[in-house]
Design a protein around this ligand. Structure first.
Ligand code: PLP
Length: 397
């Protein structure tokens, strides 16, 4: 078969605006890369990011951290989750999510997923009953947002604390409300492959002043928490200062300098991503199954997922190799061993009870994933769709 070739790398991260590079360079020249100053207030870069990010999401408080994984561990800890607790998490997620649960000494309990790649809410209700868990760490994996009205109802009825993993939903909404605003805390990432790129970085938002104060203290604020942006009142720090350990998970100033100018670019990035995403989705639907989006979901299409049904593992491996030979490197969640960033829940063997049921397993066995770079062109979308459809045709019985 004569397939075209894609001559570009789909994993190109979003670029850093020049003002961010210049500001980071100035900070590097001065040596002032730590967020706090001792003799006098430090460079305000990280606290400004906290102020700006809180305003962007519409939250009262924001704490900058070293990663989203750190933000999730800190959110759990600040919510009072620790040894002996069980934390529910949807089975389609990224390794740092169960990792954050393990970090605080708690035990992850997996909840099944639907063909639309969101948490299976009926299974959520079932696992709440069977596990007695009081916390849900809901991962909006690859930007797929579940019915948040129902999730919030179930959480309220069962007194379940909800913490959102928004690594892929910065800029996304459910029924007009920003992702990260539905539970006790929302955790975001500024790692290079997310929507704002500072290399590494995490941001925790909350309206709860005790959670905010504990998160600041856990992040490693010494006695300098007064230098934080979007911080809770002094009384909240007074309540927690002497009983909260310093976990040393701060964001450095140059990361904040790289991130800040990208916040104002976010809305235009979302438009560009969604244009490519929707174009690809239309083309791919001719040959594969692309998950449906709820009309209430204001998603950010920075990647696209699709299911290829009815093939054996060997056939999957074969067509993915063919597509790769034509420059389209598809990630597949069905591999027996983890590859790159693509691992599946049963690769995390430190979790005891790994089963989530056959329907979730069959979704993951068919699930493929591609990143969408910001500058993808319409022609490149057409090439990608032709390579994928043509490669699958070579193995379809
Ligand atoms: C990237 C990612 C994380 C972790 O973010 P880091 O900042 O790298 O720790 C968590 N959840 C999801 C869904 C992610 O994609």
């Amino acid at each position: 078969m004569d397939l075209p070739r894609l001559d570009r790398d789909l994993t190109t991260p979003p670029p850093i605006p020049d003002v961010g590079i210049e500001r980071a360079a100035t900070l590097m020249s001065s040596g002032r890369l730590h967020r706090y100053g001792e003799a006098e207030p430090g460079e305000a870069e990280v606290s400004r990011l906290e102020d700006e990010f809180a305003a962007l999401i519409g939250a009262d408080y924001c704490v900058a951290l070293s990663s989203c994984g750190a933000a999730m561990a800190v959110a759990l800890w600040a919510a009072g989750v620790g040894h002996g607790d069980t934390v529910l998490v949807n089975a389609f997620t990224l390794a740092p999510v169960p990792g954050a649960i393990a970090h605080v000494g708690a035990t992850p309990a997996l909840v099944g997923i639907t063909r639309d790649l969101t948490i299976d809410i009926d299974d959520f209700v079932r696992v709440v009953r069977s596990s007695g868990a009081r916390t849900l760490l809901l991962s909006h994996m690859r930007g797929h947002i579940a019915d948040m009205d129902r999730i919030v109802d179930v959480c309220n009825e069962g007194s379940i604390t909800l913490i959102e993993d928004c690594a892929h939903t910065l800029g996304a909404t459910w029924d007009g409300t920003p992702s990260g605003r539905f539970g006790l805390a929302g955790c975001f990432s500024t790692q290079s492959y997310k929507h704002v790129n500072s290399g590494e970085g995490g941001l925790l938002v909350t309206d709860d002043e005790d959670v905010a104060a504990r998160a600041v203290l856990l992040s490693g604020s010494y006695a300098l928490y007064g230098q934080h942006g979007a911080r809770p009142p002094a009384e909240a720090f007074a309540r927690h200062q002497s009983t909260t350990p310093n976990l040393s998970m701060r964001m450095p100033t140059h990361s904040a300098a790289l991130a800040r100018p990208q916040l104002s670019e976010l809305a235009s990035r979302v438009d560009r991503w969604n244009e490519s995403h929707d174009r690809l989705a239309t083309l791919l639907r001719e040959s594969v199954s692309v998950p449906e989006r709820d009309p209430k979901e204001g998603y950010v299409g920075s990647s696209i997922q699709f299911l290829v049904d009815g093939l054996t593992d060997e056939q999957m491996d074969q067509w993915i190799t063919t597509a790769g030979d034509h420059g389209v490197h598809v990630k597949w969640f069905g591999r027996p061993e983890p590859e790159g960033f693509t691992s599946r829940y049963d690769h995390w063997r430190y979790i005891d009870d790994l089963g989530v049921g056959a329907s979730s397993d069959s979704v993951l066995a068919a699930l493929c994933d591609l990143r969408i770079p910001l500058d993808l062109t319409a022609d490149e979308c057409a090439v990608i769709a032709r390579v994928i459809a043509g490669s699958i045709e070579t193995v379809r019985p």
